[in-house]
Design a protein around this ligand. Sequence first.
Ligand SMILES: C[S@@+](CC[C@H](N)C(=O)[O-])C[C@H]1O[C@@H](n2cnc3c(N)ncnc32)[C@H](O)[C@@H]1O
Length: 249
Amino acid sequence: MQLRGRHGDPQQRVQKAVDQLLAGEDRPRVLEAGCGSLSRIQLPTGRTLVGIDIEQRQLDRNTALDEKILGDLQSFTPPAPGFDLILCWDVIEHLPEPIKALERMTAALNPGGALVLAFPNLWSLKGLVTKFTPYTVHALFYRFVVGDRRSADEWDQFPTVFRASIAPGRLRKWAAKHGFQLVYEEVYEGPVQVGLRSRSRLLDLSFAALGLVSRTLSLGRLDLGLSDCIQVLRLPDGVVNDNDGKAVS
Ligand SMILES: C[S@@+](CC[C@H](N)C(=O)[O-])C[C@H]1O[C@@H](n2cnc3c(N)ncnc32)[C@H](O)[C@@H]1O
């Protein structure tokens, strides 16, 4: 299923897709890649939840994890046994080598396993501004416009690299090349933008105009207002990946 636009809460739809994918698994093994302090997806009680993060501070804050790995997603050695599900939410935009991280994650997946990727859409106002402005602008925006006043200990914004290789279309091609099925994709307006629009009529109209103008000028191919993307990728049962995350059968 592929969705573009504004249709309520995408997280609920991803939850449904994940529930379906895990329906046959008694005790699924799940990896939160770049786990930060929380999981966005509800998991069955019998699961084993492993979190990997590059910051010890983030691992310490996360109380949902059964096992914690301090490591870099771009170079970690996949633990054995493998995982039935890998969740990677708002992480790949922070990585200088996101494709290496995706290959590491692929190598950590069991056959039939699924990878959920949530990331900003490069081809949106948010994506382009994030890519082409320094982190200070990003941090000031979250602190003073969005109103995130958390202390340094709890601060959840991180420098963003935003490689072009993680644009939704490029990731779709990467996934196909690695034997994945795209079971769900949604390009949507993320919660930060929705929140901003609800605070001011002028902002609301400006974002509506941005969407309309970009769709019209691109003949429907581009909507600069769709700030975020989620892809759910499944490795079919017969596909095994080698240690470099490349499909071998
Ligand atoms: C924006 S937070 C997202 C956290 C969490 N997934 C969520 O949905 O709230 C990005 C996380 O990725 C982690 N991270 C950044 N670079 C990483 C890397 N190279 N390897 C592992 N984790 C990394 C950060 O420490 C941070 O916890």
